[in-house]
Write a protein that binds this ligand. Structure first.
Ligand code: UDP
Length: 328
């Protein structure tokens, strides 16, 4: 299939792009390179542009004869979304509206959307199935939920097929350590802990230890980036013109912030120094996936069910590429 990946040079988008390409699909990344890195697309076609540029999107869809879109491009920093909601609403909602308009104009009728477990937010159910109530607790998560509805409405009116993938926490790096997570500035837990180990302690912070969880720190379900990519491949190959599906992508296992610190210590052989500070606004106490629908309907099986194995790949990436992709 000929597939356009918005945000295809980002952490998750590029992992999916590389797997789709290896599996024989023709892929084009469309990325403004604010968060993405040209090196991450590993020689695949890359169009540099902003998804709010509807004309450039239309041209790209036509030029490459695109049959389906995977939509990753978004502003994703939860903390920043609280400080600057306009940026997130503009990029995520305005950007998706532009994309859907371009798809309608050109007649592209299949879309996979990167949504998030953060749309479940304060729902206390654990593990979370796809039909659980969505209760987002940050502007970022609310933009993702709004986009889910936008896609449903466009699909209904224009006869599109869609699959919404709500992922839990993407983590880890490619098995050869060549492709991994690199944000600037970095805000995610696993890279921050591993960078702290590699570069010497820089005051790692644990955001709150008074949550209603086993050790008081937030619990998340960290899913390896290659397992996330294989779920996208399976969902893409199953999508039809009338598909209307939602899948959670996670391992089904929860780890607290302190569990992650322990896993990083185990894998690296170094002790981690941290201080506990205030809760970070917008954080939900616990988000763990129920992946049974993904497993039974699409036959998904994670290659990295254990957190230590996921962290080991991230550790290798940070050791091999301490400056990430290096261009920022
Ligand atoms: N976290 C933390 N210290 C940090 C970064 C993250 O304690 O410096 C916590 C954060 O509060 C959350 C978990 O680690 O409970 C995972 O955060 P991350 O930003 O990696 O992913 P998110 O769950 O926000 O998508």
């Amino acid at each position: 299939m000929k597939i356009l990946l918005t945000g295809g040079a980002g952490y998750v988008g590029s992992a999916c792009l590389r797997l789709l390409k290896q599996s024989g699909h023709q892929v084009v990344a469309f990325d403004n390179l604010v968060e993405g890195h040209p090196a991450a697309v590993d020689g695949a076609e890359l169009v540099v542009g902003d998804i709010r540029d509807t004309q450039l999107l239309e041209k790209t869809l036509r030029d490459y004869d695109i049959e389906a879109v995977m939509h990753f491009a978004a502003a994703t920093n939860v903390g920043e979304s609280v400080v600057n909601p306009a940026y997130h609403y503009d990029n995520n909602i305005g950007g998706t509206l532009s994309l859907l308009n371009a798809m309608v104009a050109v007649g592209v009728k299949k879309i996979l959307f990167s949504s998030t477990c953060a749309t479940y937010g304060l729902n206390p159910v654990s593990p979370m199935a796809e039909d659980a109530a969505q209760d987002p607790c940050s502007p970022y998560a609310r933009t993702k939920l709004a986009v889910e509805w936008m896609i449903r409405d466009f699909a209904h009116t224009y006869g599109m097929g869609f699959t919404i993938l709500r992922y839990f926490n993407a983590a880890g790096a490619s098995a050869d350590g060549r492709f991994g997570e690199y944000h600037h500035p970095e805000t995610h837990l696993i890279p921050l802990v591993l960078q702290d180990i590699l570069n010497g302690p820089k005051a790692l912070k644990v955001f709150g230890n008074d949550y209603p969880t086993v050790d008081g720190t937030c619990i998340r379900d960290y899913v390896h980036i290659d397992d996330l990519a294989s779920a996208h491949l399976l969902a893409m190959e199953a999508i039809e013109d009338n598909t209307q599906e939602v899948y959670n992508i996670g391992t089904g296992n929860g780890q607290s912030v302190l569990d992650i610190i322990k896993a990083c210590e185990l894998v690296s052989g170094h002790q981690v120094v941290y201080t506990v500070v205030e809760r970070r606004p917008g954080d939900a106490p616990e988000l763990v996936a129920d992946p049974r629908k993904l497993q039974s309907r699409l036959g998904w099986k994670p290659k990295y069910p254990k957190i230590e194995d996921t962290v080991r790949t991230a550790w290798m990436w940070h050791k091999i590429c301490p400056q990430g992709y290096g261009e920022k």
